[in-house]
Design a protein around this ligand. Structure first.
Ligand SMILES: [Zn+2]
Length: 167
């Protein structure tokens, strides 16, 4: 169901990236909140079934951040660190779902396919980077240039299916 433009796909990958940086402690909570709010504003319409849930989790992170800043966090009901991690994993799960839905369907706006190299390696036609992948989804993402490409394995499976139907 989810079709994403190249721009929207980049924003989705950016969310994954920003959360990853935070988990690796390369950015702090405030930076994460600013980044995610900015991306959400840009994507608001497109991720509509998820927008309210995204907003809710970002608001909760903001509340935790503000409470830490003004010293009122000791009045937090429950464990704020757990609540924070919980919010972040919900954001991650939602982003993964959006990406997964997108990759599951062939995107007719994209003309390039990845090139199947030996065993489980794919190569990007746009930047020539090769990466290890055994994905059977319709679309794959080049980890170097973040662009979506058709998955040659999926195309092969589709051709085989079409062929066997004719017999
Ligand atoms: Zn590439």
């Amino acid at each position: 169901m989810t079709t994403l433009t190249e721009y929207e796909l980049r924003q989705i990958l950016l969310i994954i990236n920003k959360i990853h940086s935070f988990e690796k402690e390369k950015t702090n909570l405030f930076e994460l909140i600013c980044d995610l709010s900015g991306i959400l504003n840009a994507l608001e319409f497109k991720i509509k079934p998820y927008t309210d849930d995204f907003r809710k989790e970002i608001n909760l992170l903001e509340l935790i951040h503000d409470s830490i800043e003004d010293g009122s966090i000791f009045r937090w009901i429950g464990n704020y660190k757990e609540d924070m991690l919980n919010s972040i994993s919900k954001l991650k799960a939602m982003t993964a779902t959006i990406l997964d839905e997108y990759l599951g369907l062939s995107d007719s706006n994209i003309s390039e396919s990845a090139i199947l190299l030996e065993s489980n390696w794919l190569m990007c036609q746009r930047c020539n980077d090769a990466w290890e992948s055994d994905s059977l989804k319709a679309m794959v993402i080049c980890p170097k240039c973040d662009r979506a490409l058709h998955n040659p394995r999926w195309l092969n499976m589709k051709r085989k299916k079409l062929g066997s139907n004719k017999i």
